[in-house]
Ligand binder design. Structure first.
Ligand code: C5P
Length: 295
C-alpha cells in the first residue's frame, strides 16, 4: 500500500474531543509498504517488521496493523477462532508524515478480510478504518481525495495528469500529537471550519504541475519547522534547485518537492543528496491506487 502526501492541509481550532477539524487534499504516491497475513492459532495475533526504520515500529498493541486485525476479528469474526501472523516490509519512513502506519493499518484490514474469507462491503471496511485513525480511510481509497472531519471523511477529487515528487526523509521522526500541540501554541486564530484552497483544486483539475506547485500549503508546517529548524534548509535547498513547489508532508518531517517530470526528479534527487540536507531521497509519482490485495 502507498504513502500519502497532503498537497494542502488546512487545520482548524481543536474540537471538544481534542482532534482538529481538517480540510485536506491527499495524494497517494508510489512508495509502498507490504503487509502479508498468514493464519495463526485461535486468538493469536502477532506482527514482525523488516525494512526502512523497522526498529522504530512498536510490535505491541500500539501497532496499527495489529490493531486493525484485532478490530476486524472482534467486529466481524465468527468467535474466538481467528488469529493472524502479520509481516510488514517497510519502505515508508516511520513517523515521517507520509501515513506509513495508517497504510499498514489499511493493508492489514484488507489482508485479514481476505485471509478470513469475510465478505465485507467497502463501506464496512471504511468505517473500521475511521476507527483506527484519521488517515486510514484515505489509505484504502488512494488516488487524490479531499479529506474533511478529522481527515477520515474522504471523497475522490477530480484531477488530471501525474505528478512527480522528490521526497527528502528527515534524520529523526516527528510525533503527530506533538506537532498538533505546537500548532495550537503557535496559531491562536485557527478557523472552526477550514476550507481547501480553490486555486489548488483548479490546478489539479487542469493537470497543471506549476500551478499545483505554487498552491501547495500546510498549516502544520510552521509547527514542524519549529520542532526541527533544519527542515527550513531542506525546503530552501529544493526550491533553489528548481522545484515547482515544496512543503513538509503532513506533520513531517518528510519534505516533498514537486517537479516537472522524471528528468527533473532525477536531477533534483542527485543534487539534494549531494547537499546533505536530508537522510535519504526517493523519487515517487502520484496519484496511485490505494491498498491492494496481491495473492
Ligand atoms: O487519528 P490519528 O490516530 O492518526 O491521530 C494521531 C494524533 O494526531 C491524535 O491523537 C491527535 O493528537 C492528532 N490529530 C489531531 N487532529 C486530527 C488528526 C490527528 O489533533 N485531525
Amino acid at each position: 500500500m502507498p504513502a500519502k502526501i497532503n498537497l494542502a492541509l488546512k487545520v482548524g481550532a481543536p474540537r471538544v474531543d481534542g482532534f482538529h477539524p481538517l480540510a485536506t487534499i491527499y495524494q497517494a504516491v508510489s512508495l509502498y509498504d507490504e503487509v502479508s497475513a498468514e493464519w495463526a492459532g485461535p486468538g493469536e495475533f502477532e506482527v514482525s517488521v523488516t525494512g526502512e526504520g523497522a526498529g522504530l515500529v512498536p510490535l505491541d498493541e500500539r501497532n496499527l496493523a495489529l490493531r486493525a486485525a484485532r478490530l476486524l476479528a472482534e467486529t466481524h469474526g465468527p468467535n474466538d477462532s481467528l488469529g493472524v501472523s502479520l509481516s510488514i516490509k517497510k519502505a515508508i519512513p516511520v513517523a515521517g508524515g507520509l501515513a506509513g502506519g495508517s497504510s499498514n493499518g489499511a493493508a492489514a484490514l484488507l489482508a485479514c478480510s481476505v485471509l478470513w474469507d469475510m465478505d465485507l462491503s467497502g463501506e464496512a471496511l471504511r468505517k473500521l478504518a475511521a476507527v483506527l485513525g484519521s488517515d486510514v480511510p484515505f489509505a484504502l481509497l488512494g488516488g487524490t481525495a479531499v479529506g474533511s472531519g478529522r481527515g477520515e471523511e474522504v471523497v475522490p477529487a477530480l484531477t488530471t495528469g501525474s505528478y512527480h515528487w522528490v521526497l527528502a526523509f528527515g534524520w529523526h521522526g516527528l510525533s503527530t500529537p506533538a506537532v498538533y500541540s505546537r500548532f495550537d501554541e503557535l496559531c491562536q486564530r485557527a478557523p472552526d471550519v477550514p476550507a481547501v484552497p480553490e486555486d489548488l483544486m483548479n490546478a489539479l483539475r487542469r493537470g497543471d504541475p506549476a500551478g499545483v506547485g505554487r498552491a501547495l500549503t500546510n498549516d502544520l508546517q510552521s509547527a514542524a519547522l519549529d520542532l526541527q529548524p533544519q527542515l527550513r534548509q531542506t525546503l530552501q535547498a529544493g526550491l533553489e534547485l528548481g522545484a515547482l513547489g515544496a512543503l513538509v508532508s503532513g506533520s513531517g518531517p518528510t519534505c516533498a518537492f514537486l517537479v516537472s517530470g522524471e528528468p527533473a526528479a532525477v536531477d533534483l534527487s542527485v543534487s539534494l543528496s549531494a547537499e546533505g540536507v536530508c537522510r535519504a531521497v526517493r523519487r515517487t509519482v502520484g496519484p496511485v491506487a490505494g491498498a491492494r490485495v496481491l495473492i
